[in-house]
Write a protein that binds this ligand. Sequence first.
Ligand SMILES: [Ca+2]
Length: 138
Amino acid sequence: MKAKERLIPLRQRATGGRSRLRAAIGLALVVGATSAIAVAPPASASIAQCSSNRACGWFDPNYASNFGAWTSAQWSMPGGVIYWPNNISSTFNKRTHNITWFMDVGYAGGSMFYPPTAGGYYSWPHMAENNIESLRFY
Ligand SMILES: [Ca+2]
């Protein structure tokens, strides 16, 4: 397996996932007090962004915010303009084969095994919330 593979960024919105999520949580705790802070995801962000033969990830729960799709295993989720390690909160397997998401680099740490068409999203205290660092293809 190649250590890194091409990322297919259909949407790039450079925002800090973790800090933005924390801001959203903070906003939820003071409902109505800070209406000037906008945290709405792009209207087009959805599970439908995930095309065939790809494993997909989003920064936010409910398949929202920054979107990435991978066509091969990722020993370490890629960095760059969109920094994927420890920033994914939604996943979907649009392949015809199984995948496993891992919480640490190198297919290590906690894991989530997903057969084809399986997906989900994660909020604290789920172990996968902003914690995925590698992706295995089978
Ligand atoms: Ca992690």
